[in-house]
Write a protein that binds this ligand. Structure first.
Ligand SMILES: NC(=O)c1ccc[n+]([C@@H]2O[C@H](COP(=O)([O-])OP(=O)(O)OC[C@H]3O[C@@H](n4cnc5c(N)ncnc54)[C@H](OP(=O)(O)O)[C@@H]3O)[C@@H](O)[C@H]2O)c1
Length: 327
């Protein structure tokens, strides 16, 4: 543990996407909590949405953003096993300050021990996306094909790998030519660029021939309704992200006369449906597949002091690999 009483932290003062770097007191863990010295914390779309006040969680401001991280336990609160001191963990932020800082205080229940073979960087990205990939692909049960949008995202690639392992056919939708090649390199057979001239016809025919009646959509906006309209009668759209930052529009005909359905998915409401033992067993399994199914590419690392540059680099090319904050 450091002898310093303060730490560097990225601080959000208004929900306008702008962060300042400040010296803050290192928090003291309360009962049932741990203090984590942060090793790495990714910039995820949910973090960006949070900084604009567009996410499902709002915190009193000023607040430190960052929803997931890896690090080492450096202090424990009352009721927490002191044997956890020095343990490497992956963790979710709690209800107060997040992980874009040198230290974060979290409930012990938000932490997952990291195996020796897993790097700090990979551990920092092993909760939000891998758990979501698992949850979504489990919903495909009983069908042999599905559609996904934003397929070249870190999560989309995990979904593609999991689907291949389970023998499921996927129709992957991306918005750039380079992303088509990236998905093909992962073994994806069907990859469509939504900006291609013949996209709608190709998509409609493929969804029909594979009988793909389930779509996981991370884009929202007009794409959601456009795809649902082109999918077979009775299709189901699960919207789990809002990358377009636009509301979903759906044709009434599709909802009423073609028996199509739209619903949402959020990890934060799915996780409490699992028992702690089940969650830990998924965690152990994830760690054994960290080099393959759940691997995330990293393209840049920034110290806290360069948070503005880190956010700009991430937003300029999101599929290019994650940008990590490494305090
Ligand atoms: N609901 C949940 O519980 C939950 C949990 C985890 C993740 N998610 C969501 O999953 C999605 C992927 O997350 P991630 O961390 O894997 O993302 P990521 O690796 O940062 O990649 C983002 C991807 O989205 C694409 N994209 C951005 N804006 C787009 C737009 N307007 N139209 C089409 N594509 C667009 C990017 O393509 P370019 O490279 O072309 O920019 C990139 O491929 C996000 O929406 C995130 O919020 C939801």
């Amino acid at each position: 543990m450091t002898t310093s009483k303060t730490m560097r932290a990225a601080v959000l003062k208004n929900y306008n996407g702008l962060l300042t770097v400040e010296e803050r007191d290192i928090p003291t863990p309360r009962s049932g909590e741990l203090l984590i010295k942060i090793a790495a914390s990714p910039i995820n779309p949910s973090d960006v949405m949070f900084t604009y006040g567009m996410y499902g969680i709002r915190k009193p401001l000023p607040a430190i953003p960052g929803f997931e991280a890896s690090g080492v336990v450096v202090a424990v609160g009352a009721g927490v096993d002191p044997g956890r001191l020095g343990q490497r963990v992956a963790c979710f932020a709690g209800t107060d300050d997040g992980s874009w800082a040198e230290y974060m205080r979290v409930p012990a229940t938000n932490t997952f021990p990291v195996a020796d073979h897993v790097s700090d960087e990979q551990a920092s990205m092993m909760l939000v996306n891998p758990l979501t990939a698992r949850a979504l692909v489990d919903m495909v049960e009983g069908q042999h094909a599905f559609v996904q949008t934003a397929a070249a995202s870190a999560l989309g690639k995990m979904i593609q790998r999991l689907a291949s392992e389970r023998g499921l056919a996927t129709i992957n939708i991306v918005r750039r030519g380079e992303a088509v090649a990236e998905l093909r390199a992962l073994g994806a057979e069907h990859v469509l660029n939504s900006h291609d001239a013949n996209f709608e016809e190709t998509f409609r025919d493929l969804a029909k021939s594979l009988n793909a009646r389930l779509c996981f959509d991370a884009v929202a906006g007009e794409l959601t309704g456009r795809l649902l309209h082109l999918m077979p009668r009775g299709s189901r759209m699960i919207v789990y992200g809002g990358l377009s930052m636009q509301p979903v529009t759906i044709g009434l005909d599709d909802l009423i006369f073609r028996h199509k359905q739209v619903e949402g998915f959020w990890l934060s409401t799915w996780m409490p449906t699992l028992s702690p033992a089940h969650l830990q067993s998924i965690w152990q399994e994830e760690q054994t597949h960290i080099g393959g199914t759940f691997k995330t590419d990293v393209r840049a690392r920034y110290p806290i002091d360069q948070i503005a540059e880190a956010l700009a680099e991430y937003s300029a090319h999101m599929s290019g690999g994650k940008v990590l904050i490494t305090p």
